[in-house]
Design a protein around this ligand. Structure first.
Ligand code: KMH
Ligand code: ZN
Length: 275
């Protein structure tokens, strides 16, 4: 079986230090959390950025500073900046990190409920995001929160509206209001991806590790991190993103799956090797 790519979603836009004091806001804290995940075995870091007070931002300059600082600490890591940002941000605001020409970025595949709010990703917005990623040669990670998101983005790829094969999907399951994090739903989604695609699964909250285990067995890749889950076990806050990644590494070891280095992950994802 292909080696396992572990992604760490270190920060997100919604979680706060009140919920877990280790949630990073400042550049230094973001680098600390990225490094802890990288040292534990994450080949990929999914990046959101915050103002020092924790306010989510999509500022190009804040992204530039954070991405550069993470690269300095974790030289070969694959960075996937968010174009999802936080609920309520405009498309223009959200697209700012694509102006930095990252090798990858997220592309969210449809409007959905997000707890009590609505995360807006209309077809025209998605076309604009797809066009930008084609123009700037960015490989999207297609974030699917709902079953229909997968069909939508595969259809868009067939029309050339978003980058096509090989596609990388992230099935984010268990967001309140969206598709639940069950093995049945995961299998349904994985059976529908185009041949030659790669996929990652993200279980939200208490589903982080219960979805990671079947994903490891099924040959998918795993995302964990404070964006998705703040606990290492029931009622026990994780001390760092590294601790969450370490748990996935342990699961992989027990289940006989090797963990990919960033260079191996680049190959699996069809990215260019680093010069
Ligand atoms: N913060 C969520 C509303 C992404 O990074 O592309 C959206 C999100 C998805 O986190
Ligand atoms: Zn995100």
């Amino acid at each position: 079986m292909e080696k396992l790519i572990i992604t760490a979603a270190i920060c997100g836009a919604e979680v706060t230090k009140e919920q877990n004091p280790a949630v990073p806001y400042t550049v230094e804290e973001i680098v600390r959390e990225a490094k802890s995940a990288y040292d534990a075995g994450a080949a990929v870091v999914h990046v959101h950025v915050r103002e020092d007070d924790g306010t989510p931002t999509q500022s190009r300059e804040r992204f530039r500073v954070c991405l550069d600082a993470i690269r300095k600490a974790c030289p070969d890591v694959i960075l996937i900046p968010s174009t999802g940002g936080a609920v309520g941000m405009t498309a223009e605001e959200r697209l700012q990190p694509t102006e930095l020409f990252p090798e990858m970025a997220t592309l969210d595949c449809g409007t959905c409920n997000f707890g009590d709010e609505v995360f807006e990703n209309t077809m025209p917005m998605m076309r604009a995001f797809g066009k930008r990623m084609i123009e700037n040669n960015i490989k999207p990670e297609y974030e699917c929160f709902e079953m229909g998101h997968l069909d939508t983005v595969v259809r868009m790829a067939s029309k050339g509206e978003v980058p096509g094969a090989p596609m990388q999907f992230n099935f984010v399951l268990g967001v309140p209001g969206c598709t639940p994090a069950t093995v049945e739903n995961l299998v349904w989604l994985v059976n529908k991806i185009p041949a030659g695609s790669t996929w990652t699964a993200t279980g939200i909250g208490r589903h982080a590790f219960t979805l990671a285990a079947p994903t490891i067995v099924m040959g998918g890749h795993v995302r964990v991190g404070f964006e998705d889950n703040l606990y290492i076990s029931k009622g026990v806050l994780a001390k760092s993103n590294g601790e969450l990644v370490e748990k996935v590494v342990r699961l992989a070891k027990e289940l006989g799956r090797e963990v990919a280095t960033p260079a191996e992950a680049r190959k699996i994802l069809g990215l260019k090797p680093l010069a």
